[in-house]
Each structure stands twice: as C-alpha cells, then as structure tokens.
Design a protein around this ligand. Structure first.
Ligand SMILES: N[C@@H](CCC(=O)N[C@@H](CS)C(=O)NCC(=O)O)C(=O)O
Length: 397
C-alpha cells in the first residue's frame, strides 16, 4: 500500500513528465524571416535608381528604401540612422594595390573614394584591432555590409558600392550592368533548354538583372522524375527555382515570387485593368495552351492514337488560344502585349509564339498581332539571352 507522501511525489513526477511531453509536442515557434528584400539588395536598388555620381548619402538611400518598401520595413526602421545595425567583418582588410585589380572601364580608388577609404581606416573594422579609437570608428560611422563578394561601405557621409577581391576592395562603377553582373549567384534555376515554362522564368531573371546558376534537367532522359528533382517539384516538371532556402516550382509562382522579392523592372503595371489583362494573357498561355502541348500529353496521344494526330491536336489548341489572345490584346497592345513596356504577358507570349512557329510550324498569318510581338521580342536582349538555342544544355539537331 502506498503512503500519502509517496502518492504526492509520484503525482508531481507525473506532472513534470506531462509538462515535458507537452512542451516537446508543442510546435516550435518559427523564426520569423523579414518580408522585405535583404538590406544589401535594397541599398543596391536605391543606389542604382538614384544614380548619383560617387554614391548617394545614407539619408537619400534610406529615404528611397522607405518610400519603396514602407509596407514591409520593420517598425523600428530608424529614421535618423535609417540603416541596419553595424555588422563588423571578421576578415582583416588589407591595403591593396588598386591599379593591379582594376578592370577596363572601372574607376580606381584614386578618386574621391580613396579619401573615404583612408578615412575609414580599414584595420579599425577588423575584429583583431581592439583600440578604443578603432572601436569608436567602428561604432560611430562605419557600417559595412558584406555579402559574398560585394561590400557596401557607409562612411564619411557617403555610401558606395565596392567589390571584394583577393587583395582587398575596389570600387564598382555605379552603373546598373556592372553592379548587377556582380550579384552573387544565390539563385539556382532548374531548367530545360526547350521548356517554354523555364524560358519564361529565364526572361524574368534577365529583365531583373539577376544572375543564376543554370541546373539542367534533361526531360528526354526523364531526369524530371529523379529522386533529386522530385524533392524540388513532386509534379516532375521544370522549372524549379531555389533561392537560398526557398524552393518554388511552377513558372507562375516563381515569377510572382521574383516580382515581390526583386522589385527592379516591375513585371506588373500599376493600372489595374492592364494588370488584369497581363494576368489573363499569361494564364491563357499557362493553363489553356501549354499544358495541352506538354511532353507527356503528346506522348500519350502518339501512343493511343497515332503520331500525326499529336500535331493536329497541338495546332488546334494553340490556334484556339492565339485567337483569344489576339482579341484580348487588341485594345491594349503597343510595341509589346499591353503597351510600350514589357510586362508579364510578354514573358508568357514570347516562348509560346516561338514554339508555335519553330516547333509546331503553325501558320501565323491568322495572327498578325502576335506575329508583330514575336518580331519585337526578337530584338530584346533579355529575351534573346533566354532563347533555347543559347542555353548550356541546348542540343543542336
Ligand atoms: N504549370 C507549370 C507547368 C510546368 C511544365 O509543364 N513543364 C514542362 C516543360 S515546359 C515539363 O517539365 N514537362 C515534362 C513532362 O511533361 O514530363 C509551370 O508553369 O511551371
């Protein structure tokens, strides 16, 4: 028989145990990730948009960031300082022979930035230097943001962009292409050269000036069904995009994600009607044409009916969609689908028209508007760089 004390201690032990179990079972609170683009990205965006020679002031940059990203910036986004807290580099920055590192078209540090560099006292920002003066310099006016090879230096009232090299730093011209070229390749695109869905995403990445690593998935070899790829997209379709720890499959979802995260070169117009037309046109292609010409559908028709029937099928469905698109875009088109700016509809139309012409031999004479757009797309570098023939996995037949 248990005595009273024993019962009590058993009950307490039971309670503690239950508490522990409940704690372990409770879902862990997810670490919230900021909904705004990384600070470095926003600073770059501001510098590119402001286009001030020699860099822009932290105030101007922060003002731009605030105007552009007001809705998503944290409530404590400091109005005075307006930049995130100091993050000191762990690396010792050596004084570098700048001329040796200079590439054609680049300015060296021997201009105004050389003075800034001297003032900044590079060694002061290294963790190995602990003098009070160094600490003061670090805390009061030196902010550095290091992201792979890039560094943004905020010192002496000016913010400039520089590139980290083996020997130290060098300035990058504040020219869109130079800076964008230098963007780290954190993005990976799983793509197939001839896939029109991958192609749309390639255009979006090019328009937004985002570098990416091309990961070829050979659809003819069935690589889309591999264990590795189906972890990214259980549907076994390309494209899939990996952006750090974010994985997205489906071209529409990927493009809208890129649009939110990388706002440069907006793909949707402000005008609501025009925006809706862009979404409608994109959807005609992505849900009423492309799925009907997909590899597995065509294989099925070939097997169940015959080889010739698949072309008849494809032409019928492309023609139906194109007829609707001609009518839809009639009142909106300019040089491009919905005016004189490239928007979402163009990203979906370009690969679809190209496939209709080159792969399926569709008679385009019934579609004058789309034929005109096809020609216009063939003159745009971000579109041309995305064509199948220019992809690393292209197979010449
Ligand atoms: N809705 C998806 C469709 C993706 C899709 O159909 N991809 C095609 C290439 S464009 C594919 O991977 N086909 C492989 C197959 O049919 O086995 C998207 O837009 O990404």
């Amino acid at each position: 028989m248990a005595v009273k004390g024993e019962v009590k201690s058993t009950t307490m032990a039971k309670q503690v145990k239950e508490k522990k179990v409940a704690k372990a079972a409770a879902p862990k609170e997810k670490k919230s990730t900021p909904s705004h683009p990384p600070y470095f990205q926003m600073i770059k965006e501001a510098l590119l948009a402001l286009k001030e020679k020699g860099g822009s002031s932290p105030y101007a940059i922060a003002k731009y960031m605030e105007e552009k990203h007001k809705a998503v910036l944290p409530a404590n986004f400091n109005k005075m300082q307006r930049l995130p807290p100091l993050q000191a580099s762990k690396k010792v920055v050596k004084k570098q022979p700048v001329e040796e590192n200079r590439e054609e078209g680049e300015e060296s540090w021997n201009t105004r930035e050389e003075e800034v560099r001297k003032k900044v006292q590079w060694k002061a920002c290294s963790k190995s230097v602990k003098s009070p003066a160094a600490k003061k310099a670090k805390q009061s006016w030196l902010h550095r943001y290091i992201l792979n090879r890039d560094v943004c230096i905020h010192g002496g009232g000016t913010v400039i962009l520089a590139q980290r090299t083996q020997n130290g730093f060098r300035k990058i011209l504040l020219d869109a292409s130079a800076v964008i070229q230098d963007h780290p390749k954190q993005l990976k695109l799983y793509s197939y050269w001839r896939s029109s869905c991958s192609w749309r995403v390639r255009i979006a990445l090019n328009l937004k000036g985002l570098e990416y690593e091309y990961k070829a998935v050979n659809l003819l070899k069935g690589e889309q069904f591999s264990e590795e790829f189906t972890k990214l997209n259980p549907m076994g379709y390309v494209p899939a995009l990996v952006d750090d720890d974010v994985v997205i499959a489906d071209s529409f979802a990927i493009i809208l994600y890129l649009e939110d995260k990388y706002p440069q070169h907006p793909l949707l117009p402000q005008d609501l009607q025009k925006k809706a037309v862009n979404l409608q046109a994109a959807n005609i292609v992505s849900s009423s044409i492309q799925p009907l010409q997909n590899l597995d559908v065509l294989k099925y028709i070939e097997e169940k009916v015959n080889f010739d029937e698949k072309l008849v099928w494809v032409k019928y469905h492309i023609g139906k969609g194109f007829t609707a698109l001609e009518k839809l875009l009639e009142g909106y088109s300019g040089k491009y689908a919905t005016g004189n700016e490239v928007y979402l509809a163009d990203l979906f139309l370009a690969p679809q028209i190209h496939a209709a012409v080159t792969r399926f031999g569709l008679d385009m004479s019934q579609f004058p508007l789309l034929s005109r757009l096809h020609e216009a797309y063939n003159e745009l570098p971000p579109f041309l760089a995305a064509v199948p023939e220019r992809q690393p996995d292209c197979v010449k037949t």
